[in-house]
Design a protein around this ligand. Sequence first.
Ligand code: ADP
Length: 622
Amino acid sequence: MKKIRFYQTINAKIVFIIAMVIVFALQLIGANFITQTERQLVDNFTENQQLQMNFMENSLLPYLEMYENPEEAPEDVDPMEEIDTLISDFSGTAITGIVVVDSDFVVLGSNDNTQQIAVGQLLNNDDIRAAVLQGNSNTRQVINSATNARRWRMIEPVFSSEGTQSVIGAIMMESNIESIYEQITDITLIFLRASFIAIILSAILANIVSKALTEPIREMQTKAKAIAEGDYSGEVTVYGRDELGLLAENINELSEEVESGQQRIEAERRRLDSVLSNMSEGVIATNRRGEIDVVNNMARIMLDQSTEDLVDQNILFVLDIEKTHNLRDLVERKEDVLIGFDTDEYPTILRASFSLIQSESGYISGVVCVLRDVTEEEQIEEERKQFVSNVSHELRTPLTSMRSYIEALIDGAWKDEELAPRFLDVAQSETDRMIRMIQDLLHLSRIDSGKSELNKELIDLTALFMQVLNRFEVLLDSEEYRDNNYTLDSQLLTEAVFVDIDPDRIIQVFDNVLNNAIKYSPDGGTIKSTMSLSNDQVIISIQDEGMGIPKDDLEHIFDRFYRVDRARSRAMGGTGLGLAISREVVEQHGGRIWAESVERKGTTFYIALPYIPFEEEDWGWE
Ligand code: ADP
């Protein structure tokens, strides 16, 4: 937040404005008051002077008339002397000098020492002349050149008391007006002092008042800043029920609202986060330009990259589809995209669905991409297709060959005593093979659908395996195999090993493996069987010296219909399902079957079944 300079504060502004208002008000009042006072004082002064002048005039009039008409004067009265006595005895207020002239401008009496106007002297300045000649009174301020002081000069004509109204002289009276101005200066000074104190006091008062206003505002400002920074603790003090009090209450309410809103958003965010991170689908959200800004855990795992590597990257580049797709088409067409990914561990197929992130107003703020790992589904689908094609192929081949034999028979071969039985023989063996294959398929389908239940019982595996081997011994001794020189070598355990198994199914597994050992050892050789025990399993191995299995095929031989040499297998009546069924059966028992092989040297199959060592107490013998 910006720092407010002192002169920008409301406090400073209020103090300044109030001080200015007071200054202007005082100026106005002062100017008015002082002018009025001055006028009043001057008026009083002039009035007073006029009264004194009138008094003087009345006093002097008889003597001036006597002076004008000496014949009318009593003998013992000297008008000049009387005038002089009157003037010098006159003690009016502020009078500094009185000069009396006759109608010829001759000074008859004077007590003005400063102007040094002597009796008998002519005094005919303009004002005196105007008074004597025209009968005009004259009043004005003059500056005394000697003292430099302001004087009030009043010149009045003296008219004869007879009806002629002729001017018989004039009186000039000067008085000191300086005291009036000194008084005004004093008043002005008092006023200025009072104004100064008033300004200082009002500034202090304004400061106190504005502090009372700005303090709550400052508190609210601090609180608002704290709210903006996410600190909702504490409340603004509500000082009263005025506007500021209401504002403070509103800010407190706002703080609570924002806090609970923030908590709601936070809880919502956490909920969303946990939903996102616990989703089995990968979720990627981008901005309008397709740059990633949110990735959940699963998306990271699926793409095998860290959040830092993904954030801000373009989603099309991350999914490696930038050459084939553009974001607009993906979103508009709502098409899912299948993306093949080879992570460090295994190849993955991801299905990506795109949709828009749009506000209520329709503003598009980004795109959401949901990733689903469809590797398994795709593999199952692929296997299903493969399986259907394999089954059709496996059935068509024997049917085609049977058809050609039957056609040959229809075309006359049935008459041929030598060919006919051979052809029928082939047809029969192909039919047998098809029946076997269909039985195997049904068996597998039962296992797949969980309908194939095991009839388990505790069986001595040593004895069971021995029985199977004995049966094979007899078989290899038969005419069919005698020439191939097969040898059965077995190193079985001497003791009984009791395991919980379905004997029919396990015999089927041994039969399959032993049959294969014979089938894929065209040159005979030794078929060696061993049996061993570990802590928790019994392992039977069947080793032949046959053609072996190439390394690349080894991992597939337990797959349905997988054969290393298709023609050979078929010729030997194989269905390609024997090992697949064996694996299902062994796994149903909780065991494991696997093979090791060296090409042209032979193959060893291992069948491991779970085994719990037999404790004597289990019989209940004490
Ligand atoms: P099939 O009916 O073809 O024998 P299996 O499922 O029993 O089907 O075996 C799958 C394939 O594994 C066989 O086609 C064969 O190629 C190979 N195979 C199985 N056992 C052996 C073995 N002992 N030696 C060499 N190859 C074998």
